[in-house]
Design a protein around this ligand. Structure first.
Ligand code: AMP
Length: 186
């Protein structure tokens, strides 16, 4: 099973991706986690990415695409995967499609978690207090949401046209959303 998880920041996408990956015994690949790790280690990629992440902006496509390409070509994804937080722009979605074609990988579904702006701001503020993530202050949260609407939302149509988009209501308990996802994967 090869999946892409889509949804605004704070939609619960990351949490659900971890749970679904565990349930299906497939790889969970989060570009946000990979970047945070690179920042922590102070790698060249991490040093370049840090300023964008702090502002809630997207890291440039070429940096992210290179990072994902390494994973796709390493064979790590052969037994199935969930991409969480990638793609986030049309050029990323297009590159992914090309990479998959070259490596003979088929994407089964793009799962979109739908949550209203109001609910997202509420959740992100809550998470900022709990986890102290540097990119979770309210102004950064609002910027991340705007960046999502402007740069990431267009890829919803990209996957709709590929006929692999499934929309799921994300404003429910974590367990109910999890069950709804598993149901569409049956
Ligand atoms: P996330 O944990 O997925 O919310 O990602 C945290 C931050 O990492 C984002 O706000 C971006 O700055 C950066 N990031 C993660 N994935 C991508 C991506 N696919 N393209 C560009 N920037 C990304």
């Amino acid at each position: 099973m090869n999946l892409v998880f889509l949804g605004p920041p704070g939609s619960g996408k990351g949490t659900q991706a971890v749970r679904v990956a565990e349930k299906l015994a497939i790889v969970h690949l989060s570009t946000g986690d990979m970047l945070r790790e690179a920042v922590k280690k102070g790698t060249p990629l991490g040093r370049k990415a840090e300023a964008y992440m702090k502002k809630g902006e997207l890291v440039p496509d070429e940096l992210i695409i290179g990072m994902i390409e390494d994973k796709v070509t390493s064979g790590d994804l052969n037994n199935g995967f969930i991409l969480d937080g990638f793609p986030r722009t049309i050029p990323q979605a297009q590159s992914l499609k090309d990479m998959f074609r070259k490596n003979k990988i088929a994407l089964d579904k793009a799962i979109l978690l739908m949550v209203s702006d109001e609910e997202i701001i509420k959740r992100i503020k809550g998470r900022a207090e709990q986890e102290g993530r540097a990119d979770d202050t309210e102004s950064v949260a609002r910027n991340r949401l705007e960046v999502y609407r402007r740069q990431t939302e267009p890829i919803i149509d990209f996957y709709r046209q590929e006929s692999i988009l499934t929309e799921i209501r994300g404003e429910d308990t974590m367990d109910n959303v999890f069950k709804a996802i598993l149901k569409v994967l049956e």
